[in-house]
Design a protein around this ligand. Structure first.
Ligand SMILES: [Zn+2]
Length: 325
């Protein structure tokens, strides 16, 4: 049963018109947001992979998409842009340090995007941006101490302490690569027994296939098989829940968040995820403040909405210019 979701694409509210990009390993999402914060022209195109020219190719694509928006929506003039990318990202310096399946190293994206498009740019990590979107407009809104965890192909999180994002040079929030079992399966990061290697949607699919010999399309299919009595699926699903619960309990002990918001593909499982997870977390904790476990509200465009919110922040110095032109 699905936990009901709110309107997945909330308005940003009143402010500058901005253009936003969420560059993923496979696809690039883009959209224009008008002065009332409504999303226009959402598009999804393959991310260009061109070896050492990848950064240049991405900037070219951003320029092309922006030109298309100018033609399609002549009344909406973006005063700033927002860009989010995966991997290790130093928000403060505006640099993409590296990403697993994209070939950049220390790419100064914020400056490059700003020079290329001629508008100021906000730049951040995709999951941190999704966290900002949940914190400002979604399920994390009521909380000052809150962690937004995104469980999909991988697992990452966005930490807010006293209402502010905790970034630590881009290294904070990598909960997917915290070890939950030193004897566990190897992880793509090179370590062994990371949460991501057991608890991610990607790991659920991989482990089910390896143990049963049967390919499945997604973690939801493994869940369905578990619910209809497939014992291999039950084991894989259950060990994923155990792993996630252990990480949540560690977060509760260290950060004591009021709530942990869970989004990404796996959260679509709704009560089938949240009910057993709450029970497991409860059993692991003693005196700790028990975090509320709540589903994300913004849905799959949270990273893009976060990019747009970052662009709005950058636009503050430019609104006067926009009004003069
Ligand atoms: Zn890892």
């Amino acid at each position: 049963m699905n936990t009901p979701m709110r309107d997945p694409t909330p308005s940003l509210g009143e402010g500058a018109a901005v253009v936003a990009f969420d560059v993923g390993g496979t696809d690039t999402k883009a959209a224009l947001f008008d002065g009332s914060g409504i999303m226009l022209g959402l598009s999804r195109t393959p991310t260009p992979h061109r070896g050492e020219e990848t950064v240049t190719a991405i900037l070219e694509r951003m320029q092309e998409l922006t030109d298309e928006y100018v033609r399609a929506f002549p009344a909406v003039k973006p005063l700033a842009g927002g860009l989010v990318v995966p991997g290790l990202v130093d928000d403060t310096r505006g640099i993409a340090v590296h990403a697993a399946n994209l070939t950049w190293k220390d790419a100064p994206f914020r400056q490059l995007a700003s020079e290329r498009l001629g508008i100021p740019f906000g730049f951040s990590h995709d999951v941190r941006a999704a966290g900002v979107a949940e914190r400002r407009l979604g399920a994390a809104r009521p909380f000052r101490d809150v962690v937004v965890v995104v469980i999909g192909t991988g697992i990452a999180s966005s930490i807010f302490i006293d209402g502010r994002p905790h970034v630590a040079g881009g290294f904070a929030g990598e909960i997917g690569h915290s070890v939950i079992d030193p004897e566990g399966p190897p992880c793509i990061c090179g370590a062994r027994g990371c949460l991501e290697a057991v608890g991610s949607a990607g790991a659920i699919v991989r482990r089910y296939r390896a143990l049963s010999g049967t390919p499945v399309h997604g973690a939801r299919e493994v869940l369905r098989r578990a619910q209809s009595g497939d014992s291999v699926a039950e084991d894989v699903w259950s060990s994923a829940l155990d792993a996630i619960a252990l990480s949540v309990a560690q977060l509760a002990a260290m950060i004591a968040p009021e709530a942990i918001v869970i989004g990404g593909g796996l959260a679509q499982a709704g009560d089938a995820l949240f009910s057993p997870l709450r029970e497991r977390v409860d059993a692991l904790l003693s005196f700790h403040r028990r975090p509320l476990l709540v589903p994300a509200q913004i849905g799959e465009n949270a990273g893009l909405i976060g990019a747009a919110l970052g662009a709005r922040e950058r636009s503050h110095g430019t609104q006067a210019d926009g009004m003069r032109s």
